[in-house]
Design a protein around this ligand. Structure first.
Ligand code: HEC
Ligand code: HEC
Ligand code: HEC
Ligand code: HEC
Ligand code: HEC
Ligand code: HEC
Ligand code: HEC
Ligand code: HEC
Length: 502
């Protein structure tokens, strides 16, 4: 059902009324068992006035607040002046690049990036950081101007520090990348949509325009088209905080229930979504769509849709047959990718108990986990290769025929494909057409991938060798990769060589 503009205004208005009521609310939290009001269906949770910010939530939820405070979500986007925000070297570092120089300095008022080529010089004052651990990029304002723009160099510790965008951003090509020309695209047209917290009404509005970002719940709601540019002045926090996922919580902080579903007019044909948070957290569609606001970035993909770059986790999981939720394997308040393998295996077994028997994994695989065969490392992360979120088996005939990476040969790099097909038949009763062999011949599958026309496949193979005891057999091919025309391929070939030669 579509609603009229009057209905929209009424929703926005109720947000204001709640805000006014809340300003008289006591500052001491009620006892944790205080009964919440029924969820106020129809009460707005998406307008600017509906948001209270994480510190207000923290008064009653210190546990979640403490976990989130230490999480990467919080620091995904920060003001350059926040303590500890800037990790790059601004102590006078100078980078020489394509006949010019880039200087990274500090003065009393903050951080400066200056690009110099011939007589032309551009100076930016850094205003914000984006990213923190694997890569940090910067937003700044050019001297004499007011627009915040994304700066052309980032701090990439894995590559030794300051790197031009083309080295870590495969979307850019070197020929058209000119770091010495002043940047004009406002950063607010892209980055903060996935790296900050702002009223969800803005996201719904953008979803009706041509440059919708993400695949969150916004797609189900009706509205007039909004701007491609985030209204930065309305940001709730510069980084990702409670209300990015929980939506505006002012009414809840004043005693009402809380709902993660936007209270706004639905689009015609939109699915009906559960009303209470207790039901929502148990619903894979709702939970995954919350995360899909941001974990749904564009990526080069295999022909079945599997992403080869990270940030697309929600789209990959949605394409899997498993009705798993992000929260089956991740605590959203911690959102740390590094310590959750055991939790993930437990989640697999929770739904597929019979496959936990050692016979299913087969001989030689005492330490090979479900994830190794069903979530292999196909994805270029920020600074390492990571697992795909497309849960599947290494038995897809179309992918095998195309010479796409398969989980078995990512470890058994030295085996020809005929061996793999035989073992799949012997061990798992999977019969695959012999015509698959045409794409490989008798060669070791790892070497076929290293010679692939597709850069992403060459890199998946390079990093499989880097993890493998067979790594030194690939040294020559990896060294040839250092002269690849694509700068990001050269960078990632170097990372693989470093791992093998370490
Ligand atoms: C004044 C205290 C208070 C504040 C402020 C507060 N909460 Fe709560 N919250 C509660 C209480 C009490 C409950 C338990 C209600 C219940 O179980 O019915 C709760 C429950 C929740 C739940 C679980 C709801 C459910 O139905 O299971 C979520 C999620 C939540 N709060 C998120 C937030 C967020 C996000 C904020 C900040 C926007 C926030 N809270 C601010 C008191 C507060
Ligand atoms: C569609 C949502 C989306 C958009 C738009 C987006 N990002 Fe991201 N970005 C992500 C996600 C999700 C991650 C986390 C990647 C992962 O772990 O899968 C990420 C990670 C990063 C990181 C690495 C963080 C770290 O700590 O290592 C940087 C740097 C970054 N993004 C910069 C940018 C910049 C600059 C822009 C704008 C040009 C941008 N992003 C736009 C979703 C997005
Ligand atoms: C990245 C998204 C995200 C962020 C950020 C986030 N939450 Fe949550 N939160 C969730 C999800 C999803 C659940 C349901 C978790 C589950 O079912 O395992 C949840 C559950 C909760 C609950 C219910 C109790 C529990 O822990 O399961 C409370 C209370 C809560 N969040 C408060 C907060 C507060 C306060 C903040 C900010 C300090 C916050 N959340 C930040 C996504 C988020
Ligand atoms: C508002 C955008 C946004 C939302 C919503 C969001 N994320 Fe993220 N998430 C990011 C960005 C950006 C990063 C990059 C952090 C990094 O890698 O440093 C990230 C990083 C992560 C990481 C990896 C951290 C690491 O150690 O590399 C996990 C895991 C994660 N998010 C899970 C979730 C889950 C689960 C949800 C839903 C409950 C969710 N996120 C919702 C933007 C978002
Ligand atoms: C919430 C439950 C749940 C979780 C968690 C889960 N799965 Fe599944 N999985 C399913 C369901 C349901 C199907 C579809 C079953 C069917 O079609 O018979 C499925 C399908 C599969 C398939 C067949 C996929 C295909 O398209 O060929 C594989 C393989 C699989 N799961 C492995 C895993 C692994 C490995 C994990 C852990 C990383 C996992 N699953 C986690 C429920 C789950
Ligand atoms: C050494 C590799 C390997 C390991 C380890 C492994 N599997 Fe499998 N699994 C396979 C193969 C191969 C198949 C057959 C797929 C087919 O029939 O297309 C399969 C099939 C499955 C299926 C059925 C898929 C379907 O198409 O019906 C599920 C579910 C599954 N595995 C879950 C798991 C779980 C859970 C674990 C960990 C406890 C696990 N597997 C560990 C290789 C493995
Ligand atoms: C079946 C378990 C499972 C589910 C479900 C799951 N993840 Fe993960 N996730 C993992 C594992 C395991 C890793 C570690 C991968 C690695 O380090 O190679 C991971 C890593 C990540 C990372 C870090 C990627 C990077 O580049 O470092 C992000 C971000 C992430 N998950 C987000 C999500 C989101 C969002 C969802 C829901 C759409 C989700 N995950 C669902 C198991 C899961
Ligand atoms: C995480 C790495 C890994 C994955 C994934 C993996 N294997 Fe293995 N596999 C091993 C290791 C290690 C051994 C034991 C050492 C050896 O004999 O090479 C082994 C042993 C074997 C053996 C018995 C010894 C031999 O070499 O004949 C067979 C057969 C086998 N694997 C087939 C497969 C098949 C088929 C798949 C895909 C369904 C697969 N493996 C997936 C690592 C892996």
């Amino acid at each position: 059902m579509a609603y009229s503009g009057d209905r929209m205004r009424a929703l926005a208005l109720s947000g204001w009324l709640v805000a006014a009521a809340c300003s008289q609310a006591p500052t001491t939290p009620p006892p944790a068992k205080a009964p919440a009001r029924a969820v106020p269906i129809g009460e707005s949770n998406i307008a600017p006035a509906d948001y209270v910010g994480p510190d207000a939530c923290g008064e009653c939820h210190p546990t979640q607040h403490a976990l989130w405070s230490a999480s990467l979500h919080r620091v995904m986007n920060a003001q350059a002046g926040d303590p500890g925000a800037v990790v790059g070297d601004f102590s006078g570092a100078v980078v020489k690049y394509r006949g010019g120089e880039v200087h990274f300095d500090r003065d009393l008022s903050g951080y400066l990036v200056r690009t110099k080529l011939g007589d032309s010089e551009v100076t930016y004052r850094v205003t914000r950081t984006i990213g923190h651990r694997g890569l940090q990029e910067y937003v700044g304002v050019e001297q004499g101007r007011t627009e915040e723009v994304r700066l052309p160099f980032g701090w990439w510790p894995r590559a030794g520090g300051w790197s031009p965008q083309v080295a870590f951003d495969p979307w850019l090509d070197e020929a058209s990348f000119d770091p010495f020309a002043p940047v004009r695209e406002p950063w607010a047209e892209r980055c903060p949509w996935c790296h900050s917290t702002y009223p969800f009404a803005q996201r719904i509005a953008r979803a009706s325009g041509p440059r919708a970002v993400g695949h969150g719940l916004e797609q189900y709601f009706e509205t007039a088209p909004g701007s491609d540019r985030l209204a930065v002045a309305e940001q709730v926090t510069t980084g990702i905080s409670c209300e990015s996922c929980h939506l505006g919580g002012r009414a809840h902080a004043a005693g009402a229930g809380i709902t993660a579903v936007p209270q706004a007019p639905r689009r015609e044909g939109a699915p009906s979504l559960p009303a209470t948070f207790a039901e929502q957290r148990a619903d894979a569609t709702v939970v995954n769509t919350i995360c899909a606001q941001c974990h749904s970035g564009p990526s080069p993909r295999l022909s079945d849709g599997t992403a080869l770059r990270n940030s697309s986790e929600a789209l990959d999981l949605a394409a899997s047959s498993c009705k798993a939720k992000c929260t089956d394997c991740h605590d959203p308040h911690v959102a740390d990718s590094r310590g959750d393998e055991a939790k993930a295996v437990k989640a697999c077994i929770g739904c597929h108990e019979t496959f936990a028997a050692p016979e299913h994994a087969g001989q030689g695989h005492a330490t090979t986990t479900c994830l190794d065969c069903h979530m292999p490392k196909l994805v270029m992360g920020i600074d390492r290769y990571v697992r795909t979120h497309r849960i599947s088996s290494p038995t897809n005939a179309a992918l095998l025929t195309e010479g796409a990476p398969n989980a078995c040969n990512l470890c058994h790099l030295d085996r020809p494909i005929a061996w793999t097909l035989d073992e799949l038949r012997a061990g798992w009763s999977v019969r695959l057409p012999a015509s698959i062999e045409g794409a490989y011949g008798d060669a070791a599958v790892g070497d076929v991938w290293l010679a692939s026309k597709t850069p992403a496949i060459r890199l998946v193979a390079a990093h499989a060798y880097a993890r493998s005891p067979l790594g030194r057999y690939a040294l020559d091919a990896l060294r040839r990769g250092l002269t690849d025309p694509l700068p990001y391929v050269r960078a990632w070939m170097q990372f693989a060589l470093d791992e093998i030669e370490r």
